[in-house]
Design a protein around this ligand. Structure first.
Ligand code: ADP
Length: 419
């Protein structure tokens, strides 16, 4: 293993894993810290934690456990991956986790969540989302991590032990290239800084920063910061020229499970509903026992094996509200998630080997039910959503799509991408 990544949530982990795979590293994502001692056959391993909004002390403990495991497997460099909108509060968890990792690893760590492809840019240490400052974007109203200060230097300074240990490498330096960036980082470190927010407004900036930190034991940021890292390993002969990530896809049937009600998923469901064998899960019918996972599986067994099947609970906001009024929000979600979990397990037992799952919570329920703890990263379908392959579960290939991701023809495109 060359590169170890500690990610603070599941879809964020997939995002950076896909970036590394696209740039030619064989990449595996683990669900939580692996318990075994066996290193996956991969150049990069991304440990997906769920530590973004838990108490800071727990986030630190989990991240250090991930670090210990990655170092034991031989990781030469560690990335701490968080969201490109720097999702955190003054209590953490980016500062405390970054600081705990740095206490172990030493050096100065860049802080660079920029991801120009999704319009996250940093200028003079201020984070922009599209054309507005972070604090003017919808992130200001986030239910768990409202971002009201756009200055990453200030935000980070509030989260670390000594506010004076956070510095800035501005764009005028970044644009001079890797040597200048490295010199600036060395200077900041000599002044006692431990973290350096680094400006980046374009992919070229991220690649220059990547080259400048080839020898840094720790770096922190979004998926963008990973862009330049594979080339560092290539330059020293540790990584071969990259091909595109491929998976050995087992023979079997294809299914879509859609539990997201987000706008993008509603469009994606409408695009194939009725064209493929289709069945709708209804939370009230499930709760009343008029529908069941067993019945859905019987139905699935009767469909043409040559066509993907679509099983969805996706509904318009009015229908979601009606179900929530009748059952309560948590119960409506729980009966559906349980049903999707049971259906997913039954489908795999019945020979389904390619499965698209739409919805973050829904995907979590499915991965949990299938007992999957490692995923090899394959080809990308849409930005940030690759095909992945489970280590167990009969080599099941999965596309785990957060609700609002992907174009309208995502489901068709996904299966075509594996063909
Ligand atoms: P997204 O990624 O779009 O947020 P999630 O799967 O994370 O999708 O969340 C959608 C939630 O809504 C899940 O908990 C799911 O069980 C619930 N849900 C799905 N369909 C319905 C429905 N028809 N009525 C009520 N709740 C639903």
């Amino acid at each position: 293993m060359l590169l170890g990544v500690i990610a603070d949530d599941f879809t964020g982990a997939t995002d950076i894993a896909s970036m590394l795979a696209k740039n030619g590293m064989r990449t595996v994502q683990t669900v939580g810290v692996p318990t075994g001692d066996e290193a996956p056959a991969a150049d990069a391993v991304v440990v997906a934690l769920k530590s973004r909004t838990i108490p800071a002390a727990d986030a630190v403990a989990q991240s250090l456990a991930a670090l210990d495991w990655l170092l034991a497997q031989g990781a030469r460099q560690i990335v701490f991956k968080y969201c490109s909108t720097f999702d955190s509060t003054d209590a953490g968890n980016i500062g405390p986790v970054g600081e705990a990792l740095l206490d172990r690893l030493g050096g100065i760590a860049v802080v660079c969540p920029a991801f120009p492809a999704t319009k996250r840019t940093i200028y003079r240490g201020y984070l922009f989302v599209g054309d507005v400052l972070l604090s003017e974007s919808s992130m200001k109203d986030h239910p768990l991590t409202p971002m009201t200060d756009p200055s990453l230097v200030r935000v980070m300074a509030r989260q670390v032990r000594d506010p004076g240990t956070v510095g800035l490498v501005g764009c005028e330096t970044v644009q001079q290239g890797a040597m200048a960036i490295k010199a600036a980082l060395d200077r900041l470190q000599a002044e006692g800084k431990r973290f350096a927010v680094v400006d980046a407004v374009a992919d070229a900036d991220l690649r220059a920063i990547g080259a400048a930190i080839a020898d840094a034991p720790l770096l922190t940021g979004g998926s963008g910061i990973a862009m330049g890292l594979p080339d560092n390993f290539r330059r020293i002969g540790a990584l071969a020229e990259g091909g595109t990530a491929t998976l050995e896809v087992p023979e079997g049937r294809s299914a879509v499970l859609a539990g997201s009600c987000s706008a993008a998923t509603r469009g994606q469901v409408a695009a194939v509903a009725g064209r493929w064998p289709t069945i709708r899960l209804d939370p009230q019918e499930l709760a009343a026992g008029q529908q069941s996972a067993e019945a859905v599986l019987r139905w699935a067994g009767e469909q043409d094996p040559g066509s993907p099947i679509l099983i969805y609970s996706t509904a318009e906001p009015d229908a979601v509200r009606a179900a929530q009024d009748a059952l309560g929000r948590d119960r409506a979600a729980a009966v559906l998630e349980e049903a999707f979990a049971a259906v997913a397990a039954g489908l795999v037992a019945a020979g389904v080997r390619r499965m698209v799952v739409a919805g973050g919570e829904t995907a979590g329920a499915v991965v949990g039910a299938l007992g999957i703890d490692q995923l090899a990263i394959g080809p990308e379908i849409d930005p940030g959503v690759p095909w992945v392959q489970a280590n167990g579960a009969e080599g099941l290939c999965l596309a785990l799509k957060s609700g609002n991701f992907g174009t309208e023809d995502f489901f068709t495109k996904a299966f075509a991408r594996l063909a």
